[in-house]
Design a protein around this ligand. Structure first.
Ligand SMILES: Cc1cc2nc3c(=O)[nH]c(=O)nc-3n(C[C@H](O)[C@H](O)[C@H](O)COP(=O)(O)O)c2cc1C
Length: 321
């Protein structure tokens, strides 16, 4: 079989899918490059968040998530691919390479995941008081496992309370730092023509002292009386075996598979990364979970109103030669 290279039009199409991935503050720290037999995902260091993400952890999660979308989009275009993280020792900016190794039809699961790409959103609004069914829980755990990561569902008021306390402590540490507040404000957009950053319309209601979890706040949204968050959200922690750059890319990819699986199941998710960003909190979280490996993201999962869309830059702005 001769391998047909990805043409310009297909490349733009798969890049449009890739950029729908989540990224911290919607910073979109990625670029894409096409070679005759591969597509590379590069980190865009010009879009780093020096205060919130000094180590580049969030950039690698985002690039891992974009890589997953790219893989699924290439599968839909009939390509079999082989993934390598950080394939070039001499070029540390290449986060992932998807080598085109043949042609094949997408699986029904890939079709479902692909359909979920444009529908997935971070949802910061209160969810319904409706538990996540057992079968859906199993599918979320399986989604993480299939991408070499783990998803722990935190169950029972004691365990959920412990994770929530760690998240609040981390959030307080961050909010005390004026540089953090400045960075957050700089990426919060009320201008509807912005192509990056988090639009205020995607923000949830303002925090109240009795909230179980500290959701990150974008814009000022006074809470309607009684419009509280659900008392028993499904809280989950996604983690990886280690915490090297490739582990973080793996975690990002697994996160995206979990998020697309959730979307396909009709579930809404919010991401909470304050307890990952604060090193001491992350260590406490790891100990609280009592398992090997590194926590990479805290998730709140449930059934909710549809979330608000966020913008993305054009493929032209992220495609490089
Ligand atoms: C590494 C990472 C960390 C994130 N942390 C948070 C967070 O702490 N709070 C939050 O509300 N959203 C968080 N997000 C979600 C982003 O804000 C969101 O993906 C981005 O604004 C794009 O919106 P979308 O997910 O609806 O497409 C995070 C996303 C990533 C990839």
């Amino acid at each position: 079989v001769t391998l047909t290279a990805v043409n310009e039009m297909t490349f733009r199409a798969v890049v449009s899918s890739a950029v729908r991935a989540p990224s911290l503050l919607n910073s979109q720290p990625w670029r894409f490059r096409r070679t005759p037999d591969a597509i590379d995902v590069l980190v865009d260091r010009g879009r780093s968040l020096p205060v919130t993400d000094p180590t580049g952890w969030a950039m690698r999660i985002a690039c891992g998530a974009a890589t997953f979308n790219l893989r699924v989009a290439l599968a839909m275009q009939g390509y079999a691919t082989e993934l390598r993280w950080r394939p070039a020792v001499g070029d540390p900016d290449i986060m992932a390479r998807l080598r085109l190794v043949g042609h094949r039809s997408p699986s029904p699961m890939e079709e479902r995941l692909h359909r979920a790409i444009p529908r997935r959103r971070s949802n910061r609004t209160p969810f319904f008081d409706q538990p996540v069914p057992t079968d859906a829980r199993a599918q979320l755990i399986d989604a993480a496992r299939r991408e070499d990561a783990w998803l722990v569902l935190v169950t029972g008021p004691g365990a959920v309370g412990a994770v929530a306390e760690i998240a609040h402590a981390a959030n307080r540490v961050l909010e005390r730092d004026p540089r953090y507040r400045t960075e957050l404000a700089a990426w919060t957009r009320s201008d509807t023509s912005a192509r990056d950053g988090v639009p205020v319309t995607a923000g949830g209601p303002n925090a109240e002292p009795h909230d179980l979890l500290p959701l990150r706040q974008f814009g000022d949204h006074p809470r309607a009386p009684g419009r509280d968050f659900e008392p028993e959200p499904l809280v989950a922690v996604l983690g990886s075996a280690g915490d090297l750059p490739t582990d973080q890319l793996t975690a990002g990819q697994a996160l995206q598979r979990v998020l697309l699986t959730a979307t396909d199941l009709g579930l809404a998710v919010s991401l909470l990364s304050q307890p990952i960003e604060v090193a001491a909190a992350r260590e406490q979280l790891r100990l609280a979970l009592g398992r090997f490996g590194a926590p990479q993201m805290v998730l709140r999962i449930g059934f909710g109103q549809p979330g608000s869309p966020t913008p993305r830059r054009d493929p032209d702005e992220v495609i490089v030669d």
